[in-house]
Write a protein that binds this ligand. Sequence first.
Ligand code: HEM
Ligand SMILES: *[C@@H]1O[C@H](CO)[C@@H](O)[C@H](O)[C@H]1NC(C)=O
Ligand SMILES: *[C@@H]1O[C@H](CO)[C@@H](O)[C@H](O)[C@H]1NC(C)=O
Ligand SMILES: *[C@@H]1O[C@H](CO)[C@@H](O)[C@H](O)[C@H]1NC(C)=O
Ligand SMILES: *[C@@H]1O[C@H](CO)[C@@H](O)[C@H](O)[C@H]1NC(C)=O
Ligand SMILES: *[C@@H]1O[C@H](CO)[C@@H](O)[C@H](O)[C@H]1NC(C)=O
Ligand SMILES: *[C@@H]1O[C@H](CO)[C@@H](O)[C@H](O)[C@H]1NC(C)=O
Length: 331
Amino acid sequence: MTSFSSNFLAIFCIVLLVFIFFSKSNAQLNSNFYSTTCPNVSNIIQNAIIKALQSDARIGASLLRLHFHDCFVNGCDASVLLDNNATTNIISEKDARPNANSLRGFNVVDNIKVVVENSCPGVVSCADILALAAQSSVSLAGGPSWNVLLGRRDSKTANQKGANTSIPSPIESINNIIAKFSAVGLNTTDLVALSGAHTFGRAQCGLFRERLYNFSGTGKPDPTLSTTYLAKLMQICPQNGSFTTLVNLDLTTQDKFDNNYFTNLQNQNGLLQSDQKLFSGIGAFSNIVNTFRRDQNVFFQNFVVSMIKMGNIRPLIGTNGEIRSDCKRVN
Ligand code: HEM
Ligand SMILES: *[C@@H]1O[C@H](CO)[C@@H](O)[C@H](O)[C@H]1NC(C)=O
Ligand SMILES: *[C@@H]1O[C@H](CO)[C@@H](O)[C@H](O)[C@H]1NC(C)=O
Ligand SMILES: *[C@@H]1O[C@H](CO)[C@@H](O)[C@H](O)[C@H]1NC(C)=O
Ligand SMILES: *[C@@H]1O[C@H](CO)[C@@H](O)[C@H](O)[C@H]1NC(C)=O
Ligand SMILES: *[C@@H]1O[C@H](CO)[C@@H](O)[C@H](O)[C@H]1NC(C)=O
Ligand SMILES: *[C@@H]1O[C@H](CO)[C@@H](O)[C@H](O)[C@H]1NC(C)=O
C-alpha cells in the first residue's frame, strides 16, 4: 500500500470514528432501539403488567405516574427509582414531598427488571422500562397505543430537592403548575392532555380534604365542587378522618382510560383542586376540556403527543449514565 493510501485510510478511519462517536452521543431516542438487542422487551413488560393487574387494578395508574415523576426531575433517567444509599450519596426522591407515602409500583418495576434482565442482560435501562410500562398501562386500560421512543440511560444520581420543587402540588395555583410544565418544555395543551391521566387511579383524602371543609381558609367547601359530589366525598373523607383513605380520581370509570375525566370537570366533579381548575375559574382551559370531552379520539391523539414530549425530557443518551442492573441502586 502506498503511504498516500494508508494515510488516507487512517484519516478516513478517524473521521468515521469521530462521526460514530458524535452521532451516538447526539442520537435521538428511537422506537427501534432494542430491535436487535432485546426485540421482545415490550411484550415482556406488557405480560408482567397484565399479571400485576390481576391482583391490583390500580397498578397501571401507579406505573404511569412513576414515569411522570421521573421525567419532571432531571429528565427521564429513572432517578426516582434509586433508594437512599450513603455509599453512593443517594438522597432518594422516594422521600420527597410529592412522592413519600404516595408513589407506588416500585416492586412491580423491580419484578419487570428481573424478567427483562433474564432475557436481555445489561441492555434495557430502567428509564426505558418506566416509559414502556406507562404505555402498556394506558393501552391495557383501554387507552391509546403508541410507539415508545427508546434509548434512555439511567442516572447515577438522584435529586430529592428537585423532586420537592419541580413536581406540581394539587393545591398550588394554576399559574405555578403551568410554570412547572413550561420548565420542562410542556405547554398548556400538554398540561390539559396529561392531566387526563387522572381518568384512572386513586388519591388520598388528605390531599383534597380542604376542598370539602375549609376551602382557602373560608370555613366553607370549594364552590366549584358539585353538591352531590361534595356530599359523597364528605362521607368517604370525614373532616377528622384518615389522611390515607383512597378515592377514585375518576368518579365514573375508575380503572378505565377514557375521556370521562373531562366530563367530570364539566360537571364540577373533579377530585383534585388542580383538576377542577383546568375547567373552572380564572385562567381555565375550558375550550380544551370541551374538545377532549367531545371527541375521545382527539384526547387520545393529544395524550400520545404529550406523552412522547414528556418522555423526551432530557434523557441520558449515548455514553452518559449507565444501564443499571438493579433499578434501586447504581451499578
Ligand atoms: C397537573 C399537575 C398534577 C398534579 C397536581 C397531580 C397530582 C396528583 C395527586 C395529588 C395524586 C394522588 C396521589 C396520592 O393520593 O397519593 C395523583 C395521582 C395520579 N396522577 Fe397526578 N398530578 C398531576 C399530573 C399528572 C400527570 C401529568 C400524570 C401522568 C401523565 C399523572 C398521573 C397520575 C396518576 C395515574 C395518578 C393515580 C396514581 C395511583 O393510583 O397510584 N398526574 N396526581
Ligand atoms: C415474547 O415474550 C412473550 C411474553 O413473555 C412470550 O410469550 C413470547 O414467547 C416471546 N417471544 C419471543 C420471540 O421470545
Ligand atoms: C424535601 O421535602 C421533604 C418533605 O417536606 C423534606 O423532609 C426534605 O428535607 C426535602 N428535601 C430536600 C433535599 O430539600
Ligand atoms: C403545544 O405544543 C404543541 C406541539 O407539541 C402544539 O401543537 C400546540 O399548539 C401547543 N399549544 C399551545 C397552547 O401553545
Ligand atoms: C380554616 O383554615 C383557616 C386558615 O387556614 C384556619 O385559620 C381555620 O381555623 C380553619 N377552620 C376550620 C374549621 O378548620
Ligand atoms: C374535628 O376536630 C376538631 C378539633 O380537632 C373539632 O373541633 C371538630 O369538631 C371535629 N369535627 C368533627 C366533625 O368531628
Ligand atoms: C449502596 O449502593 C452500593 C452500590 O450500588 C451497593 O453495593 C450497596 O449494597 C448499597 N447499599 C445499600 C444499603 O443498599
